[in-house]
Design a protein around this ligand. Structure first.
Ligand SMILES: *[C@@H]1O[C@H](CO)[C@@H](O)[C@H](O)[C@H]1NC(C)=O
Ligand SMILES: *[C@@H]1O[C@H](CO)[C@@H](O)[C@H](O)[C@H]1NC(C)=O
Ligand SMILES: *[C@@H]1O[C@H](CO)[C@@H](O)[C@H](O)[C@H]1NC(C)=O
Ligand SMILES: *[C@@H]1O[C@H](CO)[C@@H](O)[C@H](O)[C@H]1NC(C)=O
Length: 297
């Protein structure tokens, strides 16, 4: 897992928006913004957030409305009307100016080009994100709803080639909205740096010739062939005195187990790239696998 940091803004208060409005206009703080009503009518009236409230900083002329010196209270839903007929709606937000570090954490379970990212942004209510794929084309916008200030979304790059060396980082562009402000930033990263495999699977303990053996398989999500996508395994034993002991193995899916250990578990990682270990498998109890003297068969 890698923490990616983008520079962002911080003026905001989360409220109503749950999706990106169809027509969004982003303005800079204290600059004028011109909103245009898409209509053939010559004269229109305007409402802001449903209120017919001519603010002093608004200048209506024909089909346009000029917001003089945009500020947070002037952000919102601008609708133009011909009498009671709604003609058009534009949502105006302020581009964030204050810069703050934003942590985005991304993780891939293998080299298939899919990954998941999460971040916290309590002052924003909704995000959308778009991936620039490894072949340079844009992915679709992914809508990201928040929960308790946290956001997470999955992405896939269908043009990603697991066999090729990654020469250029992927780019993920994120945009966030609160009811009055807009945040946008881009993070760059290589899949190889965010890979964290799933745990090894199909663990079996067998007794053979008086010894215990553990066999396992690579995680199902790990790509083949094994000769190319190697895995380094880490076995961890719990000893009778409660201490733990680690053992490392590469290029094998079976090993004889250390005598006398209480239980064992296993994790894995890519030996050549990201040094992040997979989660552990569940513990395997070894005491039940061991014969308990002549009476117990
Ligand atoms: C204006 O409205 C027309 C008809 O609804 C639509 O086709 C066009 O894309 C709109 N233009 C803009 C800039 O929204
Ligand atoms: C903006 O206001 C119009 C008219 O009241 C409404 O139809 C529209 O859903 C509102 N849009 C947003 C994004 O709130
Ligand atoms: C981002 O991560 C760094 C390092 O883990 C941490 O010190 C910082 O507080 C985090 N910032 C935010 C906004 O979460
Ligand atoms: C990039 O990959 C995508 C998905 O595989 C494909 O749809 C698109 O045509 C490719 N674009 C280029 C420029 O190769």
């Amino acid at each position: 897992m890698l923490l990616l940091v983008g520079l962002v803004l911080c003026l905001a208060s989360a409220r109503a928006l749950t999706t990106f409005p169809q027509k969004l206009q982003v303005g800079n703080l204290d600059e004028d913004v011109v909103v245009t009503c898409n209509t053939s009518e010559q004269q229109v009236t305007w409402t802001l957030n449903g209120e017919l409230e001519p603010m002093a900083e608004l200048v209506a002329e024909g089909r346009t409305l000029t917001i003089l010196g945009l500020d947070l209270p002037a952000a919102g839903n601008y609708s133009c009307w011909a009498g009671s007929v709604l003609l058009d709606t534009t949502y105006v937000v302020v581009r964030s100016t204050c810069k703050e570090r934003m942590n985005v954490s991304c993780q891939a379970e293998s080299y298939r080009g899919s990954f998941r990212c999460s971040w916290r942004a309590p002052s924003f209510s909704v995000f959308r994100a778009r991936l620039t794929r490894s072949n340079g084309s844009f992915g679709d916008w992914v809508h990201v709803a928040g929960r308790g200030g946290g956001f997470s979304a999955s992405f896939a790059d269908p043009s990603f080639c697991p066999f090729a060396e990654e020469l250029h980082p992927l780019q993920l562009h994120l945009e966030g909205l609160s009811d009055n402000s807009f945040l946008s930033f881009t993070i760059h990263f290589f899949i190889r740096d965010i890979v964290r495999p799933d745990p090894p699977q199909e663990l079996t303990v067998r007794r053979r010739g008086g010894r215990l053996y553990l066999a396992w398989a690579p995680p199902a999500s790990w790509p083949l062939p094994k000769s190319y996508f190697a895995l380094l395994y880490r076995l961890q034993y719990e000893l009778p005195d409660g201490a733990q002991a680690d053992e490392y193995l590469e290029g094998r899916e079976e090993t004889s187990l250390r005598e006398g250990a209480r239980r064992v578990r296993i994790s894995c990682r890519d030996p050549n790239a990201s040094p992040t270990w997979s989660p552990w498998s569940a513990w395997r109890d070894l005491e039940t696998a061991r014969p308990r003297g002549p009476a117990a068969r």
